[in-house]
Design a protein around this ligand. Structure first.
Ligand code: SOE
Length: 374
């Protein structure tokens, strides 16, 4: 069988992550598109790929490309993904799927009408012990859910000198921290816990009023000094949710919490047991039990649920992490293109679900009122 030809549009931090995962999954990168034709040429050379596309029209006109990976700033997701789908290409589009609910709705219905594979990298679903938690909840081990809680904390925007396209609502969208990382948490706990949020009450705060005017790559901080500019997007947020079954959930998100690099943490408490997962300690699932007991389930191919074993590509004790999640997600996307049905593959429908939650969270933060999701 001939190798899948792909194009990567957007060559920042996350474009490089897509590249690694695509190569490992056996695809051939036919070309790259970037913020300028010059930058595309530079990256095509350093990645050793044949084509540097001038614009999206050139990408979608390339007959060697079957899949387009959209890794651009958020405001370009809709036009890029739409052009690719309309040209008959499968699409992997970064989250948030779009910066407005309207755009996300349009993309999800276009994807459905074409029958093409269209996925969104909610990649934390691919931690093997996350799948273990999901399987245990689905089997009823926790009993009825009583409480869902957690946080997603980063510190890469702690320094007022740091700035990034995500901070600018014209490029990143009306919500920053919630749409960027709160979206991952919501996707994860809804998927793991099997309950959907129906109401939200949220609060946003911008705690750094001015930032350095020079935008850098994600997770980098330029030297202090130089011009500053006002910030309007939120640095921190808190949200309470209610699920359709009445379970209360609470979430704290931040990109200014010193020492927290990428700490997505959740706990789901049921009537018989609890489970807790920490993305920065992702080889272990904590299981809380009654009668002064607790357990730790350790990732590995030798025990646990079928999906936990499938995604455990290394033996126990040989640490897996974020990169492996991304690799598994991209490999599963390509399996779906080959007409397989991998479990838990996040699609444009999940991207749309996330856009709906973000839209309602923004509405609640503005109105300061409990707001229905749906
Ligand atoms: C930046 O906050 C970021 O790269 C997010 O955009 C990703 O989705 C998350 O996985 C890590 O942090």
């Amino acid at each position: 069988m001939s190798k899948l030809g792909i194009a990567i549009v957007g060559t920042g931090m996350i474009g490089a992550v897509h590249r690694r995962a695509a190569l490992l999954a056996g695809a051939v990168i036919r070309g790259v598109g970037a913020s300028s034709p010059e930058r595309a040429k530079e990256v095509a050379q350093s990645w050793d790929v044949p084509r540097a596309y001038r614009d999206i029209e050139e990408v979608v006109a390339d007959p060697q490309v079957q899949v387009v990976h959209v890794c651009t700033p958020n405001h370009l997701h809709r036009p890029m993904a739409q052009a690719a789908l309309q040209a008959g290409k499968h699409v992997v589009c970064e989250k948030p799927l779009a910066t407005t609910l309207e755009d996300a709705t349009a993309l999800a219905s276009l994807a459905a009408s074409t029958g093409l594979v269209a996925t969104v990298p909610f990649v934390y679903r691919y931690h093997p012990v996350v799948r273990e938690a999901r399987a245990r909840i689905a089997q009823g081990e926790l009993g009825p859910l009583r409480l869902i809680h957690g946080s997603y904390l980063q510190d890469w925007l702690l320094d007022p000198a740091s700035n990034n396209w995500r901070v600018d609502p014209a490029l990143g969208g009306a919500s920053r921290v919630f749409a960027d990382i709160g979206s991952h948490w919501c996707d994860l706990v809804e998927w793991v816990g099997g309950e959907r949020f129906v109401d939200v009450s949220a609060v946003f705060e911008t705690v750094i009023a001015e930032r350095g005017a020079t935008a850098g790559q994600s997770f980098t901080t330029p030297a202090a000094g130089g011009a500053m500019q006002a910030v309007s997007s939120e640095d921190v947020a808190a949200a309470m949710f209610k699920t359709a079954s009445g379970t209360l959930a609470s979430l704290t998100v931040s990109q200014v919490s010193a020492g927290r690099k990428n700490r997505l943490w959740f706990e789901i408490d049921g009537a018989r047991a609890s489970v807790a997962f920490d993305q920065e300690d992702c080889e272990r699932l904590w299981i809380g039990l009654p009668d002064q007991r607790e357990e730790v389930f350790v990732r590995g191919p030798g025990a646990g649920s079928a999906e936990q074993r499938r995604l455990s590509v290394f033996p126990a004790g040989h640490a897996q992490g974020y990169g492996n999640c991304f690799e598994a997600f991209v490999a599963d996307t390509y399996r779906a293109i080959a007409a397989e049905r991998p479990e838990g593959l996040p699609t444009f429908d999940d991207g749309l679900r996330s856009a709906l939650i973000v839209d309602r969270v923004i509405a609640s933060a503005k109105s300061r009122a409990w707001t229905p999701i749906g």
